[in-house]
Write a protein that binds this ligand. Structure first.
Ligand code: PHE
Length: 336
């Protein structure tokens, strides 16, 4: 009987080796350990054996029963992991594979034209003592409109086609002016800073309009700031950017956060008069919203389109190229 058990186990092992699936393995298990299984029937016949034999065969059967159980669960585990490996192999993607047509720009020879002009403007203003501030692209109603003297029912909100979030409070900033408010909140006068950055409007795009574009905001607050301070800094900046003395003129312009407000035009021989910058003297309500006493301090602010300057500088004829991420375009530019 003891040999019969040894043989039974050997036979089981062979069968297990040949089993190629979970189902087959479970069938095999039933065939040996199930109520009508081969090992079970031996266990059932124990009662007809002599006490001596019963003891021996009984313990050996139990040993094999445990072995079979362990073998089965090891086999099931092996089958599972085999299946996972097969799946993985099927879905395998070589993420390091190099697509020879795909240029990641790692070897690009230069910076993006917007970066080049932005850095130049930052250099010009830092050399005149301005700080460079940054602000969030996702703004709230108060910073983008309310604190800038644009109440919720004010028609000026229609001037900017705003991309609102569903909460009706947050939005993608429509101009860099909200950073005027953030600057006033975080600084004590006197101060002067600029804010280069992306702005967003729900506009239809064409060669001169984009939904995402760049502005450079500026603000200066001190005692006795007047329009002549504004003119001085605008003229200095433009002469530096265009590397020549430029003529400028101010025309009345309406922005709720400045009073008086102006459109600033620049004249060059090649280009004639160009409307470049919105600017003006900071409205007392705006100073107040920023925690500054308008009876003690005054200020000016300006906002200009950066993309326009970039396009003039590098003779780019379509603003949409700026966000095209086309390396043939981007890698052409050098700083001047
Ligand atoms: N924020 C205005 C715009 O986007 C520009 C501006 C800034 C005008 C500061 C005046 C003062 O059109």
């Amino acid at each position: 009987m003891s040999e019969k058990l040894d043989l039974l186990y050997q036979e089981f092992q062979q069968a297990l080796c040949g089993s190629a699936s979970r189902a087959e393995t479970l069938d095999l298990k039933a065939g040996y350990l199930g109520s009508k299984g081969k090992l079970s029937s031996i266990l059932k016949s124990l009662k007809d054996m002599s006490p001596e034999e019963r003891k021996q065969v009984g313990s050996k059967s139990n040993e094999y029963k445990n072995k079979i159980e362990a073998d089965i669960s090891a086999k099931l585990q092996a089958l599972d992991s085999e299946e996972i490996s097969k799946k993985l192999e099927k879905q395998w993607v070589d993420v390091t594979l190099k697509d020879s047509n795909l240029d990641l720009g790692l070897n690009a020879a230069g910076y993006h034209p917007v970066t080049l002009v932005q850095r130049e403007i930052e250099d010009i203003f830092s050399s005149m003592g301005f700080d460079i501030l940054d602000g969030p692209h996702i703004e709230d109603d108060w910073h983008n409109f309310g604190a800038l003297n644009i109440p919720s029912d004010h028609p000026a909100r229609d001037m900017q086609d705003t991309l609102w979030f569903p909460d009706g409070v947050h939005l993608l900033r429509t101009h860099t002016s909200p950073v005027q408010v953030r600057g006033m909140e975080s600084k004590k006068p006197p101060f002067k800073f600029i804010v280069p950055g992306k702005v967003f409007r729900a506009e239809r795009t064409d060669a001169s309009h984009e939904t995402v574009f760049h502005q450079v905001e500026g603000m200066m607050v001190d005692k006795n700031i007047t329009v002549s301070n504004l003119i001085y800094f605008m003229k200095t900046m433009l002469s530096e950017i265009f590397k020549q003395d430029v003529k400028i003129q101010l025309r009345p312009g309406f922005f709720p956060f400045v009073e008086p407000g102006f459109e600033l035009d620049m004249y060059t021989e090649q280009l004639g008069w160009l409307e470049l910058i919105g600017c003006g003297m900071t409205h007392p309500n705006v100073l107040r919203a920023g925690g500054i006493d308008p009876d003690k301090y005054s200020g000016f602010a300006f906002g200009m389109g950066l993309d326009r300057l970039v396009m003039m500088r590098y003779a780019i004829n379509d603003v949409r190229l700026i966000h095209s991420a086309d390396l043939r375009f981007i890698s052409q530019f050098r700083s001047f």
